[in-house]
Every structure is written in structure tokens, then in C-alpha cells.
Write a protein that binds this ligand. Structure first.
Ligand code: AGP
Length: 609
């Protein structure tokens, strides 16, 4: 997720571009840059680091001009660096582009362009865009962009500037957000509304498959073939803070709702639909090395460790390699049995958690191969691991992790299938079944999000509870761990997850009349056992909320409330069953008046031991 801006009009472009990028820094902040047109040429200033570094460069070497584009980056392909910072240029420095999204077929496009003599300077997927436009440029920027977009697969929101055409900017959108702020003799382009609010509240919200030619005097919206489309301006009522949260009350709620996009982006480019197999470009483990693996350790903290618990089930079930999940703060002090035939999977949203980083270093010191699953490209974990699977959740602002968790799960699904296919122990049929179900997950998460009102209504019933239990078996137990953490860390209600079969060995003593118990019941082969555990707590007068599969009308006969999730492959249910638990935690905390984005005593990234 990155932030892009553009300006064309009567003001100096740089102050408008920088102001817009500042308001979009929550979308990414590992590098930034601007390109401005002036006196027949394009000038660019860009650098790794926060936007303030670009401001320092521009103070030393100002870029005059009233037409320009800008970008603040959240790295996906290519580490944070000066040369990977946007904007990017073609070979002739005639065309410059800023982009948010993922060009899924960038490797084949880059090779095709290199064969035609194009010279690339960065490791990014984005840089194929200016070179592709250059390849088709015959004097009309609009036509060149249209021709180029016909070859591009993936998600993009882009702004193109050309030194031959300072009279307009060309923008296009597919699956990544793009809006145009409508001014008087000036127009503003941005990924998101906050960037343009100081100048105008009237905007065009581009839809997928739409492009626009943006001049100071006006904006023409069309489809990618140039067919003009009528566009009705939208008048923004939000204030700036609300706009940064996309109109949601809190970043946490916004990030819960971003999960369909985050899961879709994380999946992008990792499934070869032709052969229906998983491809992990940044995992260099060979089939021979995978077949030599005797043990896998998962090392993480908090939510990431609970994602690891799900990963354990998946990898052991599919790849038949023993997996041990360790809390990072414990791992390095227990003299772990780790060696060259181990793979250590490090999971960390921030990539900077001190305990987790120490676990990574311990594993490496003991000779283990290390594979990182992280959300931040330039993070310490990403840099020090041997292999990398990047979650493309975009910056996660709320302390309570949500979209990072579901994209970690998706990455673990992909890894489990990858290990099994490299070991040759998963049939094409089984692979296809899981991958088809996986591709449907973003739509199904949307469906679960549509039950938000129902969850909000009954969450209020629990706000005064002192203890809430979450029970499940197998994968449902792993999800219960995350559900309990979400609730306790933002609502301050004591919440505990228990393996349902374990209740009778002690905890059942705490189950008395009215104690709420969430029972996650999605695993068919454990269904009967779960129902008897539900009856066990009901017999003690507990209030039971079941989280069950759509179409399961038996469970509701035994419980007080039931929440349904859509049917999916039985091993993929955690990505869906966690969403109602996230929403329940959020609305319970809101009902208590808690600060859900910044809960007491906690930090977003725990960089101390
Ligand atoms: C989760 O909601 C918490 N914010 C916390 O448990 C978090 O998952 C943990 O600190 C690990 O952080 P990391 O993924 O950035 O390493």
C-alpha cells in the first residue's frame, strides 16, 4: 500500500505534493519522491526514508513548476532504497510514473522490455510502467498509456507525467484506490481523500477500469479504450482525521475491513493458475533442501505466534514435517534443539519485535535456515532471514493486529502447500481444491464483514463481563487463542482460550451461570466432540456463543447465540472464523468506551525484551 499524489494548476506544485504526501504517510513511509515539470523538462527528487528527507533535499535544490507527481512508498517488490523510491522514469527521462499496487506480470514485462533495449535502474515492479509507456509512445501520452495498460496484469493506481505534454496528467485505476480533487483552474490527484481536503471537498472517485486526462481546466474520465464516461462529483463531509481512517471511527475497524484487499494482495502472484500450484519467488529453499528437513520451528510473539499455531496444523497435515511453535521470549532460553536440518519460520508483522529478532539470531547461530513472514520489507527480520514471504497488508496502525494476522495465515497456507508440492506429497486434486477455495477467501471475508451489525448489537451484552472463555479443537483452538487475545487487549476483559477437550481437567470449575463461552465449531471431524463440550458448559449454565459454518443448524439448538461463517475448505476456516471474533472484540471495547487503537500499556511494535 503506497500513497500517490498529482497536481496541475496555478500553484507551485511541490508544496501541494508534499502536503498531500504527508497526509498519506499512513499508507507507507519507507521512501518518497516527487517529479515536477518545468521549462521543458522533468526534474525529480527522491530518497529512501521518511518524507522529511525529501523536504530537506528540496530545500537545498528547489523544484519550481506547477505540474507534478509524488509518492510515499510501502515497499513490496525491492527493498527501501533511493533507486527503488518512486517516481520512476523511462530511458529518455521523458515520462515519469508513480504507482500504488502490484504488477503481477512485471517479471515477464521487464524481460520483454529489456530484450527491446530498455535499461532498468530499480528492483521494483513499478518501473516497467514508464518503460512500457515509452515503448508505445508515438506522441500521444493518453494513447501510449492505454496501449501499455493492455499488457499489465495486477493492481494499479498510477499517475503519469510527460515532458512533451505538461498540459495534462494521465491517471488510471484497477483495484487500487485513486481519487481526483476538483478545484478552480487546478486539479488534485491522490490515493485517498485526506490528501486533497485542504483544497477541495468535491472529488471524482475513480472505479476499476477507469482512467482520466487531468488538465488544470478540467477532467475527462474514460475507460481504458478512451470511451468517455460520465462522472458525478462526490462531496466529502468528513474531517481530515476521519478521512485518514477512510471514514471509519478507528484504524482498527478500517484495518478489519481492509482484510479482503490485504488477503487478495498477499495472494497476488503466488498462485500459478495455469498449473494450479504455489510459487514463492523469494523462498529459495530447493526441493532437495525441503526433503532434508527434519523439523520446523515457528518463533513469534502474540498474534503472530497464534498464526503460527494455525501454521503448525497446516504444515504437519500437508507437508508431514514436524512443527514446534515457540513463543520467541521462551525459545532462546530453552537451549532449543535446532540444527542444519531445521527450518525456523519467523513471523512478525513489524519485523522489529526484539524477542522475535533474538529468536531469529539464535536459530541462525544454531545453523538453522530461517524463513521470515513479515509485513515490512526493510525490517530487520526481513533483512536477516534467508527466505521471505511478504504479507501485503499495508501499514497496520492499530495496536491490535488484524489484517496482519489474516495475511500471515494466508502466507502459511501458501507455504504449507508449497512444502507439500515440493515434497511431491500433495495431489493436483487436493492442491486445486485448496487453491480454488483460497482464491474465494476475499469475497467470503466480505460476506462475514456484512454480519457486522449483528455482532455490534450483541457485543453490548458482554461489555460488563469479567471473564470470557473461548474454546475450540484443532484449528478452532488455534483461532480461539487469537480471539481471546483480541478481546482482552482492547476491552480489558479477562479472556482465556482453552482446548475444549481440556476444560474438564480444571477450568470447568470456573464455568458457572452466565459465564460467556465462545465455542468455535468449524471442524467436521471434531464436531461431535465439540457439541459434547458445549453441552458440558451449558450444563453449568454458561452463556454460549457458537461460531459455526453456514448451514449448520444443529449447533444453534445447543447454544444461546450463533454466528455463521461461509463454507470453505476445512483447513481455511481460520481466516474466516477470526473475523467475527475481531469484530466482537472491537464492538465490546467500543461499548466500554475503550481507546481501541491505542490500548493501555501496549505498543504497536515491542522493540524491547
Ligand atoms: C496483537 O494484537 C498484539 N498487538 C501483539 O501480540 C503483536 O502481535 C506482537 O507484539 C507481535 O508483534 P509483531 O508481529 O510485530 O512481531
Amino acid at each position: 500500500m503506497c500513497g500517490i499524489v498529482g497536481y496541475i494548476g496555478k500553484q507551485e506544485a511541490v508544496p501541494v505534493l508534499l502536503d498531500g504526501l504527508k497526509r498519506l504517510e499512513y499508507r507507507g513511509y519507507d521512501s518518497a519522491g516527487v517529479t515536477v515539470f518545468n521549462q521543458g523538462k522533468l526534474s525529480c527528487s527522491k530518497t529512501v526514508g521518511r518524507l522529511v528527507k525529501v523536504e530537506e533535499l528540496l530545500e537545498k535544490s528547489p523544484l519550481p513548476g506547477t505540474v507534478g507527481i509524488g509518492h510515499t512508498r510501502w515497499a513490496t517488490h525491492g527493498r527501501p532504497s533511493d533507486r527503488n523510491a518512486h517516481p520512476h522514469f523511462d530511458c529518455t527521462q521523458r515520462i515519469s510514473v508513480v504507482h500504488n499496487g502490484i504488477i503481477e506480470n512485471y517479471i515477464e514485462l521487464k524481460e520483454w522490455l529489456q530484450e527491446k533495449g530498455h535499461i532498468f535502474n530499480s528492483e521494483t515492479d513499478t518501473e516497467v510502467l514508464p518503460h512500457l509507456i515509452e515503448e508505445y509512445y508515438r506522441g500521444s501520452l493518453v494513447e501510449a498509456v492505454q496501449d501499455a495498460l493492455k499488457k499489465v496484469e495486477g493492481a494499479f493506481a498510477l499517475v503519469v507525467i510527460c515532458k512533451d505534454h505538461p498540459e495534462h496528467l494521465v491517471v488510471a485505476r484497477k483495484a487500487s484506490p485513486l481519487i481526483i480533487g476538483l478545484g478552480k483552474e487546478e486539479n488534485f490527484i491522490a490515493s485517498d481523500i485526506p490528501a486533497v481536503l485542504p483544497y477541495t471537498r468535491d472529488i471524482f472517485i475513480l472505479d476499476d477500469g477507469e482512467m482520466a486526462v487531468v488538465e488544470a481546466a478540467g477532467v475527462q474520465v474514460s475507460d481504458f479504450d478512451g470511451k468517455l464516461l460520465p462522472k458525478k462529483p462526490f462531496h466529502v463531509e468528513w474531517d481530515i482525521t476521519a478521512a485518514e481512517k477512510g471514514g471509519y471511527e478507528d484504524f482498527m475497524l478500517k484495518e478489519i475491513h481492509e482484510q479482503p484487499r490485504a488477503v487478495r494482495d498477499t495472494m497476488a502472484g503466488k498462485i500459478d493458475r495455469g498449473e494450479m500450484k504455489v510459487v514463492l519467488p523469494e523462498v529459495k529453499l530447493s526441493a532437495a533442501e525441503i526433503n532434508k528437513l527434519q523439523k520446523i520451528h515457528v518463533v513469534a510473539c502474540g498474534t503472530a505466534s497464534y498464526a503460527g499455531q494455525v501454521g503448525k496444523f497446516l504444515i504437519e497435515k500437508l507437508a508431514r514435517i514436524p512443527v514446534e511453535v515457540d513463543l520467541a521470549s521462551e525459545f532462546r532460553y530453552r537451549d532449543p534443539i535446532v540444527g542444519p536440518n531445521s527450518l525456523t519460520i519467523i513471523i512478525s508483522q513489524s519485523g522489529e519485535t526484539a524477542d522475535t529478532l533474538a529468536g531469529l539470531r539464535e536459530a541462525k547461530a544454531l545453523g538453522s535456515r530461517v524463513l521470515a513472514i513479515t509485513n515490512v520489507v526493510g525490517s530487520s527480520v526481513a533483512r536477516e532471514a534467508d527466505d521471505l514471504i511478504l504479507t501485503l497488508a499495508g501499514p497496520e496502525i492499530a495496536v491490535a493486529s488484524t489484517k496482519a494476522y489474516t495475511t500471515q495465515l494466508l502466507s502459511l497456507y501458501l507455504l504449507a502447500i508449497y512444502l507439500a508440492q515440493e515434497r511431491g506429497i500433495i495431489s493436483l486434486n487436493d492442491r486445486m481444491g485448496m487453491l480454488e477455495a483460497m482464491m474465494n477467501l476475499p469475497t467470503q471475508i466480505e460476506k462475514v464483514l456484512n454480519t457486522e451489525t449483528k455482532i455490534k448489537e450483541f457485543a453490548g451484552n458482554f461489555k460488563d463481563c469479567e471473564d470470557i472463555f473461548f474454546i475450540g479443537r484443532g484449528l478452532d483452538y488455534a483461532v480461539s487463542l487469537e480471539g481471546a487475545l483480541k478481546l482482552k487487549e482492547i476491552s480489558y476483559i479477562h479472556a482465556e482460550a482453552y482446548a475444549a477437550g481440556e476444560l474438564k481437567h480444571g477450568t470447568l470449575a470456573l464455568i458457572v451461570e452466565g459465564v460467556p463461552v465462545f465455542a468455535v465449531v468449524t471442524q467436521p471431524e471434531l464436531y461431535d466432540k465439540m457439541i459434547s463440550n458445549i453441552k458440558e458448559v451449558k450444563a453449568r449454565e454458561a452463556t454460549v456463543v457458537a461460531l459455526a459454518l453456514a448451514g449448520d443448524h444443529d449447533t444453534e439448538k445447543s447454544v444461546d447465540y450463533v454466528l455463521h461463517i461461509p463454507l470453505t475448505h476445512t483447513m481455511l476456516t481460520p481466516i474466516l472464523s477470526v473475523v467475527p471474533l475481531q469484530l466482537f472484540a472491537y464492538y465490546t471495547a467500543k461499548a466500554k468506551g475503550c481507546d481501541v487503537d491505542k490500548p493501555r500499556n501496549l505498543a504497536k511494535s515491542v522493540t524491547v525484551e
